[in-house]
Design a protein around this ligand. Structure first.
Ligand SMILES: Cc1cc2nc3c(=O)[nH]c(=O)nc-3n(C[C@H](O)[C@H](O)[C@H](O)COP(=O)(O)OP(=O)(O)OC[C@H]3O[C@@H](n4cnc5c(N)ncnc54)[C@H](O)[C@@H]3O)c2cc1C
Length: 371
């Protein structure tokens, strides 16, 4: 095979597309990214974006194979984000992340298993029931168990800009283009137009149309409040309560420092809801989510809403079988999509695996041409 000077077309400029493009470029591929939309008009900018061990707070992970692969992607991403935080990359920080439970972990095999698995993979793990009291969680919430560890937290506004700068610095061409129709039908023409040997589709929810597959959004929203300030609390750690799958109600608590000046409060998880024009006034569940966070950590009542953008809403890209990272030999397209509520947690792991798939696809083309 010729060296990796082969040209590759990446569709999508969210965290999946840009991280994949960057990994490809670092491996010597010549990359073009095409996308209909860019930051800040994409779901990647909406994300929390807290690194979490799967299944995440808004995980809804039903496919066991995908869940197992997700763990390895998470481990890779953890290490990379840790390096990026150390290198002071804008928007990347390692902070303490606390998870609280209203039942002893021993009473929930899934929660216990998750804790036991992640304890050895993260820095600074502690299990400590008194975390709730020390961190100002309302005693009325009924926390009886808790653990915490160091975790990457991403300020997506800054990080997506950094990612774009990185790909451009590596010589990646970036073009605005909406692709219509099925990628399988458009592939030959696109390869020709961009003089590429392979196409990687990282189009998030847009992949439903590009591949002709069924996907659905899990709508989410984050309330944005000032961190610190005159009377407001200063919160430097994340505080989360996962969705209890035994309950059919919105019960997630997600309090994450986005940067020293801003906190995001969530989380909402509404299946198959497509309208992102929701806010504290027009959508009861957003107001309830906000009230839930205030009731959980009463000091937040003194935190002022961000006057410019009190709520940010977006659609997590899901499909029934969870993440898809594969080389579809029939259509000859490499797919990296449907990261649900964990696109940042998986980003570096998925991107590195996608590079391997591109290498195989390009090699295969060279091989079949030699006959
Ligand atoms: C409220 C909320 C909180 C979240 N919190 C977290 C969190 O804490 N941690 C975490 O890891 N994740 C979190 N997520 C999930 C995360 O945001 C997503 O998993 C991730 O952003 C998906 O990235 P993506 O690059 O695949 O998709 P996107 O960011 O949607 O990018 C898709 C790209 O494909 C392009 N595209 C689509 N169709 C076409 C087409 N036909 N032609 C050309 N281009 C096309 C788009 O224009 C865009 O550039 C959260 C999401 C929400 C909504």
């Amino acid at each position: 095979m010729r060296a990796n000077s082969e040209k590759v077309l990446v569709v999508g400029a969210g965290v999946s597309g840009l991280t994949t493009a960057l990994c490809l470029a670092r491996e010597g591929f010549q990359v073009t990214v095409v996308a209909e939309k860019f930051a800040p008009d994409i779901v990647s900018v909406v994300a929390g974006a807290l690194w979490e061990w799967p299944p995440a707070v808004c995980g809804y992970h039903h496919d066991q194979i995908s869940l197992a692969r997700s763990k390895s992607w998470c481990v890779t991403s953890y290490k990379v984000f840790e390096e990026l935080a150390r290198a002071k990359v804008p928007g990347v920080a390692m902070r303490r992340s606390n998870f609280y439970f209203r039942h002893p972990l021993e009473e929930s095999p899934n929660d216990l298993h998750k804790m036991q698995e992640l304890a050895g993979k993260v820095r600074g793990f502690v299990r400590d029931r008194s975390l709730a009291e020390r961190n100002g969680v309302s005693p009325g919430y009924g926390v009886v168990d808790a653990y915490s560890h160091m975790a990457p937290m991403i300020d997506t506004d800054q990080y997506m800009v950094w990612l774009m700068q990185q790909v451009r610095m590596r010589g990646v061409q970036v073009r605005q283009l909406r692709i219509e129709g099925l990628l399988a039908d458009r592939r030959a023409e696109l390869l020709d137009r961009f003089d590429a040997k392979a196409v990687v589709c990282c189009a998030g929810l847009g992949t439903a149309r590009l591949r002709g597959v069924s996907m659905y959004p899990l709508r989410g929203a984050l309330v944005r409040v000032r961190n610190g300030g005159l009377r407001g609390p200063r919160i430097d750690e994340a505080h989360c309560v996962s969705h209890d799958e035994r309950r059919d109600e919105q019960d997630i608590v997600f309090i994450v420092p986005r940067n020293p000046k801003l906190l995001v409060l969530g989380g909402l998880a509404e299946k198959d809801e497509w309208d992102t024009n929701i806010n504290l006034e027009n959508h009861g569940p957003v107001r309830e989510m906000y009230e839930r966070c205030l009731a959980f950590m009463p000091a937040l009542r003194n935190a002022k809403l961000d006057p410019d953008e009190p709520v940010r809403a977006g659609l997590r890209p899901f499909r029934g079988e969870n993440v898809c990272l594969e080389w579809d030999e029939e259509s000859q397209v490499i797919y990296n999509f449907a990261h649900g509520g964990a696109g940042f947690s998986f980003s570096w792991g998925c991107a590195r695996e996608a590079v391997g798939l591109v290498r195989s696809a390009v090699q295969d083309r060279e091989y079949s041409r030699s006959f």
